[in-house]
Design a protein around this ligand. Structure first.
Ligand SMILES: *Cc1c(COP(=O)(O)O)cnc(C)c1O
Length: 392
């Protein structure tokens, strides 16, 4: 990756911190030992992992025995949803989630529907906030699990997780949240939010890819997803990804150092970018909640153009950003999240997602907006839809 790129796609993945890359190097070469072996070299590695687990548990206010390392967000979501469904099916067959979950979660629910589970997909309002009354009214005696995304990866909307947790607790229903976009970016306290299960992925906050964790409260049970040699206290088999685990924990420590100050910087930059786009480009709108929003997320729909063309044209200037979500960008389907907040097909195809981090600055935003304005004008001139609009 060359240095002169402008990287505005941090919701899809982040550049690992230098310290993280150093750890990956050291623990892949010098300390490559299998933590399960009995010799001292392995036992030292094992101890390092347990120390790291302890540090992680303090960040989300749980005990170290409640953290289980996985291969990332997708595995953590699969494990939580399928593991609860299979463990608690004797109690009921109903699961509640939302229409704006990540595909890894939505597709688990669709998979369970095929084997007899009933799933309620809650609506969201025009800003992407879950309908709390609908949640309360959907809970029945059969409901075993509620799973709601903490902060959305496309539009950045942050849910009222504390309130949802409280409702679940009052109704004695297990609560899982996909916190992949939230961890490392927002303060999370699983105890005060009444969260029973929480999914995290390393590469969304400056850690490595292919490593994540699932927090599971000791008060609930969970069926295993992977059987094997009994690592992670017999709950998640497979030789530990030592370098990945230590890299993830290092990234978490760095992310949570001066978090408020860093978020203030990113929020300022975000708001500057949003106002310039809205003020200087006609026929566009911000998607997602203006206030309850990830500090780094910008999602804007431009009428009469395709988000895909915007992304490709911006890339000619070494700018990296995204349409809707990177996972759906290799399909032609409009984003399920943008449809859920009420956008029509045209507007959901014309969306651009810019996700910032502390490496970005105003100079980059100014350069980007300068190019964006030209590209939008050029594409609209070529657009028959825009032609029709002008003639109206
Ligand atoms: C990226 C992402 C995932 C998937 O995480 P991986 O580690 O890439 O499998 C799940 N949920 C959300 C909200 C995400 O942004």
């Amino acid at each position: 990756m060359n240095d002169d790129i402008i990287y505005f796609d941090n919701a899809s993945t982040t550049k690992p911190y230098g310290e993280v890359v150093d750890i990956l190097n050291t623990y892949s070469s010098k300390y490559f030992f299998n933590p399960s072996s009995v010799y001292i070299q392995s036992q030292n590695v094992k101890k390092t992992i347990e120390d790291a687990r302890k540090k992680l548990s303090k960040i989300i206010n749980c005990s170290k025995d409640e953290i289980f390392f996985t291969s990332g967000g997708t595995e953590s979501n699969n494990w939580a949803i399928k593991g609860i469904a299979n463990k608690y099916k004797f109690k009921g067959n109903h699961i509640i989630t939302s229409k704006i979950e990540h595909h890894s979660l939505l597709n688990c629910c669709k998979y369970l529907e095929k084997s007899g589970f009933k799933v309620t997909f809650l609506d969201v309002d025009k800003n992407g906030l879950v309908d709390i009354d609908q949640l309360k009214n959907s809970i029945t005696d059969e409901t075993i699990l509620v799973s709601i995304i903490f902060a959305n990866n496309e539009i950045g909307t942050i849910q009222d997780i504390a309130q949802i947790g409280k409702i679940c607790k009052q109704n004695n229903v297990i609560f899982h949240t996909d916190a992949v976009q939230a961890f490392g970016h927002l303060n999370i306290d699983v105890k005060s939010f009444n969260i029973d299960l929480l999914s995290v992925s390393g590469h969304k906050f400056g850690g490595p890819k292919g490593i994540g964790f699932l927090y599971k409260s000791k008060n609930i049970q969970l069926e295993n997803l992977l059987e094997g040699g009994g690592q992670e206290k017999n709950r998640r088999s497979g030789t530990e990804n030592v370098a990945g685990i230590l890299g993830l924990v290092k990234a978490a420590e760095i992310s949570y150092t001066d978090l408020d100050k860093k978020n203030e910087y990113i929020r300022d930059l975000r708001d500057y970018c949003i106002s310039r786009i809205i003020d200087e480009i006609e026929h566009c709108r911000l998607n997602g909640d203006r206030i309850n929003r990830l500090p780094n997320n910008i999602n804007i729909s431009f009428e009469f153009i395709e988000g895909e063309s915007l992304v490709l044209n911006l890339n000619k200037y070494n700018i990296c950003c995204s349409t809707g979500s990177s996972c759906s960008s290799n399909t032609l389907d409009p984003s399920h999240v943008l449809l859920a907040i009420g956008l029509n097909h045209e507007l959901s195809h014309g969306s651009l997602r810019i996700t910032l981090n502390t490496d970005n600055n105003r100079g980059q935003v100014d350069f980007f907006i300068d190019k964006l304005k030209n590209i939008v004008n050029k594409l609209r001139e070529l657009s028959p839809l825009y032609e029709d609009h002008k003639n109206k």
